[in-house]
Design a protein around this ligand. Structure first.
Ligand SMILES: [Zn+2]
Length: 405
């Protein structure tokens, strides 16, 4: 009732623009402008909010992708570490072998030096025997055969000496060649290790790079979150301002209503310029959706989705929006007093979309929405109610008021 009187007053104000002081109309229209601007601002901030959400999602996806790459690089690094340890170990073993070889070479050299000393003494003795000691030796030999044997023995000894020297020389050379082989193997291992070290440091650089990319992605996700908070706060503030302006408008309407209490109209037109048929009349019936027997408080006009719906008479839009009670998207217009002395409102249900807003004054024949099948509905149609006395309690049969087939 209170709302009805508010809107009645608003309609009075708007209807009487021509006779009322211009200031009221001007401030009313500036308030309407404010409302429009706030709606636009809300839309803009909602867009920003959704962009920031998308940005955050993208940053988070990037972050998890990068983290996966970090994991891969880390496992590559740990494989490399294993390989490096293995090569390092082989180098250690090789060095031990080289040390053994060096020890053997040293021993062999000492042995050769010893033998060389013996050999020199032996040679000196032989020399003495040949030069000065031949007579002594001959006196010790009993016959020629013995002398020959002695000579052969001497030659044997000298050949043996040469053999021993050769063997020692060969053994030392063999050891040295072994040592060279080991050293070349060691240097191969060292160059392999250097390669692995280089790979390792490359991988570490890559890991660092990825980690800093992860940090950047986290930063941009945090920024996007902040942007969402900002947009949300802006939306809330816009909505609060919107409510405040709406209240101001209602206050103006109330003030105007107090000074000029009548709103009148002469009659209704059909809200649809064309429709296929009346699919359900006003009256008691079983609801096709709920199955409950109750009063069908209006008339159903079957029409294609999207057919424009026009205000059946001029008046004030009381409600424009979603109904939780089954009307779907719906509009209620308060028309004021008709020539029969009663006040009337009309209700338009199941709209695909609403094309007006609460608080607006609409002219008869102005588009207020489009036919749809929202709410408790089984197909595209307009559910039209006519309320006598301005409330649903007095929903009357629209056939008595609205021209129709
Ligand atoms: Zn209906």
């Amino acid at each position: 009732m209170r709302a009805a009187s508010l809107f009645l007053a608003a309609a009075c104000l708007l209807l009487s623009v021509s006779v009322y002081p211009a200031t009221a109309a001007t401030s009313m229209s500036s308030l309407q402008n404010k409302l429009d601007k706030l709606s636009q601002s809300i839309v803009q901030h909602k867009k920003e909010l959704s962009n920031a959400k998308k940005k955050e999602q993208a940053a988070k996806a990037l972050e998890s992708e990068l983290k996966e790459k970090v994991t891969v690089v880390q496992s590559q690094i740990s494989v490399l570490k294993g390989q490096i340890a293995e090569v390092q170990n082989s180098i250690g073993l090789k060095e031990q072998e080289i040390a053994v070889k060096e020890q053997q070479i040293t021993e062999k050299e000492a042995e050769i030096a010893d033998q060389w000393g013996d050999f020199k003494q032996h040679m000196a003795a032989m020399q003495e025997l040949r030069d000065g000691g031949s007579v002594a030796m001959l006196s010790a030999v009993n016959d020629l055969y013995e002398l020959l044997t002695f000579n052969e023995v001497m030659q044997d000894i000298s050949i043996k000496d040469t053999e021993i020297l050769d063997n020692m020389k060969n053994a030392k050379e063999a050891l040295e060649s072994d040592k060279l082989t080991l050293e070349s193997q060691r240097s191969e291992l060292q160059s392999k290790k250097a390669d692995l070290d280089a790979q390792n440091s490359q991988m570490r650089a890559k890991q660092n790079e990825l980690n800093s990319s992860v940090a950047a992605a986290q930063m941009s996700a945090a920024e996007a979150q902040q942007a969402q908070k900002d947009a949300q706060a802006a939306i809330e503030s816009d909505e609060m301002n919107y409510e405040a302006v709406k209240k101001q408008i209602q206050k103006m309407i109330a003030a105007a209503a107090a000074s000029k209490p009548t709103l009148s109209f002469t009659g209704f037109i059909c809200p649809l310029k064309s429709y296929s048929r009346i699919s359900s009349e006003y009256g008691w019936r079983k609801n096709p959706v709920t199955g409950v027997n109750k009063l069908h408080a209006g008339t159903d006009f079957a029409a294609p989705g999207g057919t424009p719906i026009y205000a059946a008479a001029s008046g004030y839009v009381q409600v424009a929006g979603w109904s939780s009670g089954g009307y779907g998207n719906y509009v209620i217009i308060y028309h004021g007093k008709m020539s029969d002395g009663n006040q009337y409102s009309t209700l338009y249900g199941h709209m695909r979309s609403v094309a007006t807003s609460a608080g607006k004054y609409v002219q008869q024949g102005e588009i207020i929405g489009y036919v749809g099948s929202t709410g408790n509905s089984t197909g595209n149609h307009l559910h039209l109610e006519v309320w006598k006395g301005g409330s649903k309690a007095n929903a009357v049969n629209p056939r008595g008021y609205i021209p129709m087939k």
